[in-house]
Write a protein that binds this ligand. Structure first.
Ligand code: F6P
Length: 358
């Protein structure tokens, strides 16, 4: 008999349910009797002792279902050591819930911040296993997180749809894609959707260079252009500011988001007719694509094996197409950024895609 706690934490994504199903199927193959305590709304459920006792049947039929049957919430790591508004010591309370339910292991499906908390709980003596979730694919230590490919598919479809209308009207379109700190989705969807310019947080842009790329296309007789912009794309000028000043400036910019700012800059600098498209949270919505269904099922089965082998304090990862694991402490606190040196960036440049930086 195994008693497992499970929670889904942070921004949701496709394949959370598929991953939990994988864990439970894997466990049911290894044990005759499994009790699953599903904590509701992420760490909040663990803190507040709010859970559902689930059976294997509860995880049937959810391979293709988006969202999470447990609900999710953001519980920032940096606030974990501060009491809740009603005075609860979060870490103490999570440990008490775990002990009260006599859990053998807590399985945490989460991204960077959630895995930092998973590592903290592991260091506090709980048996914890992490599963790498996020559409951003920015979790350090894994080549791929589940949710990423499905989000890339949706962002790519958005660019595809914009392509036809942009061509009909000879317009410049700025398509804003999710990713505040990292540009993996924008880079992949930009290439997949045939974007002409890709602007990422990791490669600050110069609006003159963006206009140069637009002008080049016009001179080649191409009447429209698509710019794929990550939410966190930043100009060279802003990137050069001291961190505090930069934060202040960005927080007070008179635009709803970066796409509006860039559209305005292009109108002013190049005089082009510009429109904006923002797929927003559709990128996290709906069911997982085939790639994510396979990846998350493999991740889940692997987590069950880790539990069986009593190898705790581990994060399940994909490395060179193999599912394996690393210490939670190895990944905690690090982000996986796009590097301008990455071969994918070099390949994109060779295709003539501008990153607005030359
Ligand atoms: O971390 C996933 C993510 O979708 C980011 O790409 C995006 O910047 C952020 O979450 C949006 O967060 P929220 O759903 O809280 O608005």
């Amino acid at each position: 008999m195994k008693r497992i706690g499970m929670l889904t934490s942070g921004g949701d994504c496709q394949a959370l349910n598929a991953t939990m199903r994988g864990v439970v199927k894997g466990l049911c193959n290894l044990y005759d009797d499994v009790e699953i305590y599903g904590f509701l709304e992420g760490y909040k459920g663990l803190i507040r002792n709010n859970y559902k006792l689930l059976k294997a049947e509860d995880f049937s039929g959810i391979l293709t279902r988006g969202g999470t049957i447990l609900g999710s919430s953001r519980q920032p790591f940096k606030l974990m050591n501060q009491p809740t508004e009603d005075g609860i010591d979060k870490v103490k309370s999570m440990k008490e819930t775990y002990k009260k339910l006599k859990l053998d292991c807590l399985v945490v499906l989460g991204g960077n911040g959630s895995q930092k908390t998973a590592n903290l709980l592991s260091e506090e003596g709980l048996n914890v296993i992490g599963l790498p979730k996020t559409i951003d694919n920015d979790l350090w230590g894994t080549d791929m997180t589940f949710g990423f490919q499905s989000a890339v598919d949706i962002a790519t479809q958005a660019i595809d749809c914009i392509h036809t209308t942009a061509a009909s009207h000879n317009r410049v379109f700025v398509v804003e894609i999710m990713g505040h700190k990292v540009g993996h989705i924008t880079l992949h969807a930009g290439i997949a959707g045939g974007a002409d310019i890709i602007l990422l947080p990791e490669i600050p842009y110069d609006i003159k260079s963006v206009c140069k790329a637009l002008d080049k296309r016009s001179r080649e007789g191409k009447g429209f252009s698509i710019i794929a912009v990550a939410e966190g794309a930043i100009s060279k000028e802003d990137a050069a500011l001291p961190k505090k000043k930069r934060k202040e400036k960005l927080a007070n910019r008179p635009y709803p988001s970066v796409a509006y700012e860039i559209a305005e800059q292009i109108k002013d600098a190049c005089g082009s007719e510009v429109r904006i498209a923002i797929p927003g949270h559709t990128q996290r919505g709906g069911g997982p694509d085939a790639y994510d269904r396979v990846l998350s099922s493999r991740f889940g089965a692997y987590a069950a094996k880790l539990i069986h082998d009593e190898r705790y304090g581990r994060l399940v990862v994909l490395k060179d197409n193999d599912v394996t694991d690393i210490a939670l402490s190895e990944s905690a606190g690090k982000l996986k950024y796009v590097s301008p040196e990455d071969s994918i960036v070099q390949n994109a440049r060779m295709l003539g895609i501008s990153f607005g930086d030359d």
